[in-house]
Design a protein around this ligand. Structure first.
Ligand SMILES: Cc1cc2nc3c(=O)[nH]c(=O)nc-3n(C[C@H](O)[C@H](O)[C@H](O)COP(=O)(O)OP(=O)(O)OC[C@H]3O[C@@H](n4cnc5c(N)ncnc54)[C@H](O)[C@@H]3O)c2cc1C
Ligand SMILES: *[C@@H]1O[C@H](CO)[C@@H](O)[C@H](O)[C@H]1NC(C)=O
Ligand SMILES: *[C@@H]1O[C@H](CO)[C@@H](O)[C@H](O)[C@H]1NC(C)=O
Ligand SMILES: *[C@@H]1O[C@H](CO)[C@@H](O)[C@H](O)[C@H]1NC(C)=O
Ligand SMILES: *[C@@H]1O[C@H](CO)[C@@H](O)[C@H](O)[C@H]1NC(C)=O
Ligand SMILES: *[C@@H]1O[C@H](CO)[C@@H](O)[C@H](O)[C@H]1NC(C)=O
Ligand SMILES: *[C@@H]1O[C@H](CO)[C@@H](O)[C@H](O)[C@H]1NC(C)=O
Ligand SMILES: *[C@@H]1O[C@H](CO)[C@@H](O)[C@H](O)[C@H]1NC(C)=O
Ligand SMILES: *[C@@H]1O[C@H](CO)[C@@H](O)[C@H](O)[C@H]1NC(C)=O
Length: 591
């Protein structure tokens, strides 16, 4: 009716018809000069490419090692998360080096190799962490823009709250609508599995409210207590950076799949202007290259970003010399300060009903209506967050508080579906074991990502989270296990918990510490391997504007830049910093 409106309507129709153009092989690429090349189409990379591509004048190329998420059906189905993360074909198949302080064992270190990165295979938990986490980032790197108050608009910009599909499972009272975004590209919701554990935990929040208060919304900036999960799920379907972001771009965003970035190269001989990206599809095949006219953004994730930079001669000079790589930029922060949350799995024997369900029927239901057990993630629907008091055992020796501040939990309790008891635990017929993962959210230990001598860009780097190197990390896990034992000894759980538990509730501290040291694993929330530091400081891999120190034309945007991990699962924070980085990259080109 109104010509102006009609114009807008037509434009939006045209935009809706477009989406990122995918190429399966470097030979298929059109001969386009790109303004930006984004290395890795994962969590952060897909966000940055989409936001830069929001300017239709920018031509953006994303290079992703894996296939499209569309090629893997299970990426869509929340309850099949583990069917994706267990698929070797879309996995980097990484293993850590032997963890000397954690039983001497080498642990699997899952990382997704497909479009959307870890957001296409993760367990869909949506947690922002605490406001202190971001305020600590801001103070450590000397840039207010990273504080909670300044980043919150970008957290909200990413998010689109979107209810679950099942009208029988009301979300009311499970979250606080006032702290959520409604217009973003990443869909979130609070679906749940109606299992009796939910109510028992809620009853316990009344009974043991000092240690386990009820938490209405774990994303309000102060995640302490027990509350309902929120997930990156919209209407029963996984929402990822691939489905939410890349699927909404114009055809000025190109995605090259199945292609490994091997190195980044100086654009002029001997220079530090590094805008040329080298890539290949197999170790023996030809290499290709593309030079961005504006910038290269590395978003390969916490393991691969430092690997790509080190292979390119960007990193600690002496260390690179020792593995035979010529130094281009001496940047001592690349590959250092890698850390991950340490996690210990405990078992509690219960007489709660089994949560086993008919997979075939559930898949049929999901396919029909996006409801049922496969419309929510493969774990229980509550989460526990415990802040230890200042006089708790771990701090009695004067150890400083490892969290960002008083709004931050030290420990997470992550409950897995009640399952038949594992071998060696006999609960009697019909009884089940409740797997509770106790997580030390703010580890003090620091490890590294380095290159093995003589390795090629197609080989895995050396991955060392150095779990439990600091005794404080072990002490916090011990206290976390004691906390879980207190939780399950509430009146609400009496008559529900019995028999054997791992570790047993009467185990001495020394025995529990031994259990921790033998069985702790990384929680797969690695950060820090290209950590951000203050401008002009002699440490830190990148400046607060995400630019690689010592190089031009090169930024890093992914979990590797986090100076400290957030006190929670990491994807929400990756979305937030990717939104913020996109903003300042666009600004720097005056757009
Ligand atoms: C099994 C598992 C479960 C998890 N569950 C949760 C959860 O429930 N909630 C949560 O918040 N967090 C979870 N996480 C963590 C979270 O998903 C990650 O921290 C976050 O998504 C990482 O984002 P990123 O952008 O740094 O890296 P990624 O998402 O890993 O993206 C990196 C991308 O770069 C590509 N790439 C790497 N190297 C190259 C190369 N050389 N050439 C081309 N492409 C390359 C990769 O294939 C990948 O697509 C989980 C992680 C794992 C592994
Ligand atoms: C997913 O994995 C489970 C457990 O291994 C298996 O029972 C189920 O059949 C798988 N589902 C699909 C659709 O692959
Ligand atoms: C992971 O292992 C599978 C099966 O062995 C293999 O097909 C795949 O190529 C491996 N991935 C990488 C990145 O090496
Ligand atoms: C909701 O509950 C009703 C009554 O129990 C049931 O018939 C219906 O199938 C349920 N809907 C869904 C989507 O599960
Ligand atoms: C990039 O590729 C072109 C053509 O294949 C080649 O001539 C050029 O030397 C390469 N540049 C670099 C920096 O490798
Ligand atoms: C690791 O981070 C700390 C700050 O948390 C910093 O002081 C130190 O220099 C960093 N190490 C390296 C090698 O960059
Ligand atoms: C579970 O085990 C307890 C203790 O052995 C027993 O009393 C109870 O009957 C068992 N429950 C079921 C359902 O078998
Ligand atoms: C713990 O309790 C079990 C069973 O009651 C008992 O066999 C064991 O000796 C106790 N262990 C300790 C360290 O007290
Ligand atoms: C951060 O914020 C300050 C003050 O608002 C601003 O001057 C500065 O340029 C910002 N930094 C970046 C990298 O945008």
């Amino acid at each position: 009716m109104f010509p102006a409106r009609r114009g807008i309507y037509l434009v939006s129709l045209i935009q809706a018809a477009l989406c990122a153009v995918q190429f399966q092989h470097p030979n298929d690429l059109p001969g386009v000069q790109y303004d930006f090349v984004v290395v890795g189409g994962g969590n952060a990379g897909a966000v940055v490419a989409t936001r830069l591509g929001g300017n239709r004048d920018f031509k953006v190329l994303v290079i992703e090692a894996g296939p499209s998420n569309d090629a893997v059906f299970a990426t869509q189905v929340p309850g099949l998360a583990q069917n994706v993360s267990g698929l070797p074909l879309v996995e980097w198949n990484y293993t850590t080096v032997a963890q000397t302080h954690a039983g001497g064992k080498a642990d699997a270190y899952g990382r997704a190799m497909l479009l959307g990165g870890c957001t296409s295979h993760n367990e869909l938990v949506y947690t922002r962490g605490s406001r202190d986490d971001y305020d600590r980032w801001a103070s450590v790197v000397g840039d207010e823009n990273l504080s909670w108050d300044k980043l919150l608009p970008y957290i909200l910009k990413a998010e689109k709250w979107s209810s679950p599909n099942d009208p029988n499972l009301s979300e009311e009272g499970h979250f606080d609508p006032s702290v959520h975004g409604l217009d973003g590209k990443l869909q979130t919701s609070a679906p749940y599995n109606p299992h009796p554990l939910n109510d028992l935990l809620l009853e316990t929040t009344k009974e043991l409210s000092d240690e386990f208060p009820f938490l209405l919304d774990l994303n309000d900036g102060r995640p302490i207590g027990i509350g309902w999960q929120q997930n990156t799920i919209g209407k029963g379907v996984r929402s990822s950076s691939a489905t939410g972001y890349l699927s909404s771009t114009g055809d000025n965003v190109h995605v090259l799949l199945n292609t490994r970035v091997t190195r980044i190269l100086p654009t002029t001989y001997g220079g530090t202007d590094i805008r040329t990206v080298e890539f290949a599809t197999d170790p023996k095949g030809p290499t290709y290259n593309s030079t961005a006219t504006k910038e290269v953004i590395i978003s390969g994730g916490v393991i691969n970003t430092p690997q790509i930079l080190l292979n390119s001669g960007i990193g600690p000079k002496e260390e690179l010399a020792a593995v035979g790589i010529a130094s281009i930029v001496d940047n001592p922060g690349i590959g250092k300060n890698f850390s991950d949350q340490s996690a210990i799995s405990t078992l509690f024997s219960t007489n709660l009903p089994s949560d086993a369900f008919d997979q075939t029927a559930a898949l049929a239901e999901w396919s029909k209506s996006h409801t049922g057990r496969l419309a929510d993630p493969p774990h229980m629907s509550s989460l526990g967050w415990v802040r230890l008091p200042a006089d708790a055992n771990p701090f009695k020796d004067g150890s400083p508080d490892p969290t960002g501040g008083p709004n931050s939990p030290h420990v997470e309790l992550f409950f897995y579906n009640v399952r038949p008891p594992p071998d060696g635990v006999d609960n009697g017929p019909g009884n089940t074991s409740l797997l509770t993962i106790v997580v030390n959210l703010n580890p003090v230990s620091r490890g590294s990502i380095t290159l093995a001598p003589g390795s090629s860009p197609f080989d895995a780097p050396v991955i060392d989270p150095n779990l439990l190197a600091s005794p404080l990390d072990t002490a916090i896990l011990l206290e976390g296990i004691r906390s879980a034992q207190r939780l399950f000894s509430s009146k609400a759980f009496s008559g529900r918990m019995f028999g054997t538990a791992l570790p047993p509730s009467n185990a001495t501290d020394a025995a529990v510490v031994d259990f921790i040291q033998q069985n702790t694993t990384p929680f797969l929330h690695g950060v820090g391997s290209c950590g951000m530091g203050p401008r002009n400081a002699n440490w830190g891999a990148v400046d607060p504007d995400f630019k690689v120190k010592g190089a031009k034309g090169l930024r890093i945007v992914d979990a590797s830049i986090f100076p400290y991990v957030t006190s929670g699962h990491t994807q929400a924070a990756v979305y937030a910093i990717a939104e913020w980085a996109s903003e300042i990259i666009k600004e720097s080109w005056n757009q």
